[in-house]
Design a protein around this ligand. Structure first.
Ligand code: ZN
Length: 323
C-alpha cells in the first residue's frame, strides 16, 4: 500500500499552535520559535527533563522488549487487547500518534499492522526508535512532550499511549492532551499502573531516592548488580506465593518469571534489568483505579468507553464523538 507523505498531520509550534516551515535542519515558527532537527528527528523539547534516565536506558536495551527479538507475542498481545478486535483489523493506513514510543516495542506492532505511525518520546529514546525502525513513508519520529504536542488538534485517527502515563507529571493532564489529538470519530487508547499490594510493600521507594540522583550510566550499572544478586532468588521462589510476597517486600527487582514464563533466562534478565531500572529511576510513578480512569475519560467527553483491569494495571479506550 502506498501512503503519501502529505497525509501526515503537519508539525505545529507547541506554544503558538501555528504550522512550522521545514528548513531541513530546523523548523521555523512564524512567531519566531525554532526547533532543530538532529539525526533527521525534529526536537521540540530541550534536554534536562524528568524523564532523562529513559534515554540511555532505551539505548542500552534497544531491542529487549521487541517481539521480533524475544521471539514471543507478549507486546503484540498487549497492544491487541488495548486496541480491541474491531479496530485491530482496521489499523492499515490509519494515522496513529504513538506517544512515549521508547525504543519501539509498540512501534513494531503498529507498523506491522500497516498503520502510519508518528512516534514521539520526551527522551532521546527517539534515536533508538529510529535506529530500530528507519524513517519511511509510514514512520516518522519526533522528540516531544505529551503536554506540549507539536500538532494542530484533532489530526489523528488513533492516539496510542501504553506504559507511559503513570510516569508523567499529571496523568489527567496527559490524558487530556492526548485526547485533544484525536479526530472526531477517532480513538484514544491508553493504559495506567494501578495500586497493588507490592506497590506499598516494596523497598523500591528507598532505592528510588538514591537512584534518581545518579547519572543514568551509573544507575544502569547498579541495577545490573542488584538484579544479578536477586533475580536468581525470584526464580527459585516463582512457584511459591508466600515466599514471593516476602521477597517482593525486600527486593526492588521487577521479575517476569510468573507473568511471562515463556521468556528464557537471558530474556528474563534483560526484562528485569530494563523494568527494574525504569522503576527505580522514574521521577513520577502514579497509580489510578479503573473508576478514576473511567471518570477522567467521561469528563473529557469520550464515548463508547472500554475500561478494564488488565495488562499493567488499567487498560482503556474510547472515541471522540463525530459531532
Ligand atoms: Zn511558536
Amino acid at each position: 500500500m502506498i501512503v503519501k507523505k502529505s497525509t501526515w498531520p503537519s508539525w505545529h509550534c507547541p506554544g503558538h499552535r501555528k504550522p512550522l516551515e521545514d528548513k531541513g535542519d530546523v523548523l521555523l515558527c512564524p512567531d519566531g520559535d525554532q526547533f532543530p532537527s538532529r539525526n533527521r528527528i525534529p526536537r521540540f523539547v530541550t534536554n534536562g527533563n524528568y524523564a532523562d534516565a529513559f534515554g540511555p536506558e532505551a539505548k542500552r536495551y534497544r531491542l529487549t522488549q521487541l517481539d521480533s527479538y524475544s521471539g514471543t507475542t507478549i507486546t503484540r498481545d498487549r497492544a491487541r487487547q488495548c486496541v480491541g478486535e474491531e479496530l485491530w483489523s482496521q489499523l492499515s493506513g490509519k494515522q496513529v500518534l504513538e506517544a512515549g514510543c521508547g525504543a519501539g516495542r509498540f512501534t513494531e506492532i503498529l507498523l506491522g499492522r500497516g498503520a502510519c505511525v508518528t512516534s514521539i518520546d520526551i527522551t532521546k529514546a527517539v534515536d533508538s526508535n529510529q535506529e530500530n525502525f528507519l524513517r519511511s513513508e509510514s514512520h516518522r519520529v519526533a522528540q516531544a512532550d505529551i503536554e506540549h504536542l507539536p500538532f494542530a488538534p484533532q489530526g489523528f485517527d488513533i492516539v496510542f499511549c501504553l506504559g507511559v502515563i503513570q510516569n508523567t507529571s499529571s496523568p489527567e493532564k496527559s490524558v487530556s492532551c492526548l485526547y485533544e489529538q484525536v479526530r472526531p470519530g477517532g480513538t484514544l487508547i491508553i493504559d495506567h499502573s494501578t495500586h497493588s499490594l507490592s506497590w506499598y510493600s516494596k523497598t523500591a521507594p528507598l532505592f528510588r531516592r538514591l537512584f534518581r540522583r545518579l547519572p543514568p550510566e551509573e544507575s544502569i550499572k547498579w541495577t545490573e548488580k542488584i538484579v544479578d544478586l536477586l533475580l536468581p532468588l525470584h526464580k527459585m521462589v516463582r512457584n511459591f506465593h508466600s515466599a514471593q510476597m516476602l521477597l517482593s517486600r525486600v527486593s526492588p527487582v521487577v521479575c517476569y518469571y510468573r507473568a511471562f514464563p515463556e521468556l528464557n533466562d537471558q530474556l528474563q534478565r534483560e526484562w528485569a534489568l530494563l523494568d527494574t531500572h525504569q522503576s527505580l529511576t522514574a521521577w513520577y510513578r502514579h497509580a489510578r483505579t479503573r473508576g478514576r480512569i473511567r471518570r477522567t475519560l467521561e469528563q473529557l467527553g469520550l464515548q463508547e468507553i472500554w475500561c478494564e483491569y488488565g495488562g499493567n494495571g488499567v487498560e482503556a479506550r474510547g472515541k471522540r464523538p463525530l459531532s
